[in-house]
Design a protein around this ligand. Structure first.
Ligand SMILES: [Zn+2]
Ligand SMILES: [Zn+2]
Length: 320
């Protein structure tokens, strides 16, 4: 009996120790990280130095936990740019941001450095917080920024040890709205993809912008349903809708359209989670509270996870 107890305590102690000294990567998404290393072509990359990179198993666990916690995603609380979530160290995730590789202002390095500085502060205040900050690079149509971030993490894992990084992308799709006999453009996000093996053609951002005035059906963009299916067919990656209110809140369409869209979207679910941005800024300061609430509630009705971000384009990861 005594022996069994000792063994039990030893296992618990080992678990606590390994989670504190940073070997939690052993438990999560090992295959994904190995696949990234392999396809990167960088022989010097190691699994140990991938600790800051998040795969879909780990990220799914966290976004499920944050599903009904807007404060994790909100850098501003009461008014735009009050930055209370940052000052009070409650901000935990910015899962949608753009670098100089599309229409953002920050380099991947500047982005990671800002995240590291904040994460170190959080860790100092809350030593047991496992996810001081999670940051995703989701450039439009390309994964170069995400590749660069992984390179930087590999080069300097100690500097970024309190940051979690998600390799993602934002693309343009469209959605048919039969009830209104209309088609709307819609942005889709994919996270925890292998940025070295993105199966769609990377598009130069300027080139893509040039196309935006044309009717969606003439373009190479996919119907969002096909995009979801394509991501689900990949070995790695989860998929979601970016800023849904941007497409509908200016119309009287919202009531029925959001419900129709989320119902259809939820029907595409396979064994991976589906998410939609629900707590995104600064849009919420321009949108009626009721509309926001309705969007989040409708998503939850269909068991779609609500996430959030700043949709960073400027010089701070905590702002739009
Ligand atoms: Zn967008
Ligand atoms: Zn965006």
């Amino acid at each position: 009996m005594k022996k069994i107890c000792c063994k039990f305590y030893f296992v618990i102690l080992a678990l606590i120790l390994t989670s504190q000294i940073g070997y939690s990567f052993v438990l999560y998404d090992r295959e994904y990280k190995k696949a990234i290393i392999k396809s990167s072509g960088h022989k010097e990359f190691t699994l140990k130095n991938m600790q800051s990179v998040m795969g879909e198993k780990e990220l799914t666990k966290v976004i499920k936990r944050y599903n009904k916690h807007p404060e994790k995603y909100q850098s501003d609380w009461y008014e735009k740019d009050d930055q209370l979530g940052v000052k009070n160290l409650t901000y935990r995730a910015g899962l949608h941001s753009h670098t100089v590789f599309s229409d953002g202002r920050l380099t991947p390095e500047e982005m990671l450095d800002q995240a590291a500085e904040y994460a170190d502060k959080v860790k100092k205040e809350y030593p047991f917080e496992k996810y001081p900050i999670i940051i995703a690079i989701t450039d439009h149509f390309n994964t170069q920024g995400a590749q660069k971030a992984i390179f930087l993490i590999q080069k300097n894992p100690e500097k970024y040890k309190n940051v979690k990084f998600v390799a993602g992308i934002e693309t343009q799709s469209f959605v048919d709205i039969p009830s209104k006999n209309d088609t709307k453009g819609i942005h889709m996000l994919a996270w925890c993809i292998n940025p070295y093996e993105w199966p769609f053609t990377d598009m130069n951002f300027q080139e893509a912008m040039f196309q935006f005035g044309r009717p969606y059906k003439e373009l190479n963009f996919l119907n969002y349903k096909d995009f979801v299916k394509r991501i689900h067919a990949l070995k790695y990656g989860i998929v979601g809708i970016a800023h849904p209110l941007r497409y509908f809140d200016k119309d009287d369409m919202l009531d029925s359209v959001i419900d129709d869209l989320f119902a259809e979207y939820a029907s595409l679910k396979d064994d991976k989670v589906l998410f939609t941005e629900g707590y995104y800024q600064p849009y919420r300061f321009y949108t009626p509270e009721r509309t926001y609430k309705q969007t989040v509630e409708t998503a939850h009705k269909y068991k779609i996870i609500t996430t959030g971000s700043q949709d960073t384009h400027g010089h701070s990861i905590f702002k739009n």
